[in-house]
Design a binder for this molecule. Structure first.
Ligand code: GSH
Length: 209
């Protein structure tokens, strides 16, 4: 059985966990909750010691969430389990990957801004923080502009990635520091009723995890 190392606060992990459920691969992957900062077994597999990391049946480690999603999409398609989350066709494929790219950038900016906000004031770099905040704000605007398409197209890797990025912003700033308009929130609420979202809700590690 494949193993997926993940952390419950990691948006890149959640993207992969949503995708593997949407691909109906749950029975083929065992999910292992770890802390990437302290888990030495993880570094033995992945020199970067980051989550998500997928360990294949032959022991090969695959990392970078986009690479893992691409691999899982191939596994599901070749097993005939589902139509996949990455369209085959040129422009539909590029569209899905483009949204994934935007969402990944927003996740990274959110993670960095959150970490920097927790630093002592004298250790902060305000310019860098402002740049991360701008990436988040402009990313939300791009999602608003593309919402009609995201709502009506069959959901794909880009759709799942964008939703996870939006939920990650809310997870880090429950006070809604970043304004996500109601029409986007309505869409998020409908999509997040899917088991793939319910089963992967962000949470801080519990004692004993
Ligand atoms: N580009 C990577 C980003 C992965 C990443 O940054 N993971 C974070 C958690 S969200 C992590 O493992 N951080 C621990 C560390 O940086 O050592 C991906 O798409 O998988």
């Amino acid at each position: 059985m494949m193993q997926l190392y993940y952390s419950p606060t990691s948006p890149f992990s959640r993207k992969v966990r949503v995708v593997l459920r949407e691909l109906q691969l749950e029975k083929q992957i065992s999910e292992i909750l770890i802390d990437p900062w302290t888990d030495e077994a993880l570094r033995a597999h992945n020199p970067l010691a980051k989550v998500p990391t997928l360990i294949l049946d032959d022991g090969m480690a695959v990392f970078e969430s986009a690479v893992i999603c691409d691999y899982l999409d191939q596994v599901a398609k070749s097993a005939g389990l589902s139509g996949g989350v990455i369209p085959e066709n040129g422009s539909a494929r590029l569209n899905a990957l483009k949204w994934q790219g935007l969402a990944d950038g927003m996740m990274a900016a959110t993670g960095r801004l959150f970490a920097d906000s927790n630093r002592a004031e004298q250790d902060r770099c305000e310019d860098v923080m402002e740049r991360q905040a701008q990436a988040i704000t402009s990313g939300i605007e791009a999602i608003i502009d593309g919402l009609a398409g995201l709502r009506t197209e069959d959901a794909h890797l880009g759709t799942w990635s964008v939703l996870v990025a939006l939920y990650y912003i809310d997870f880090r700033w429950p006070d809604r520091r970043f304004d996500i308009p109601v029409r986007v929130r309505d869409w998020m609420a409908v999509m997040s009723e899917r088991p793939s979202f319910v089963e992967t809700v962000f949470h801080l590690p519990h004692a004993g995890d």
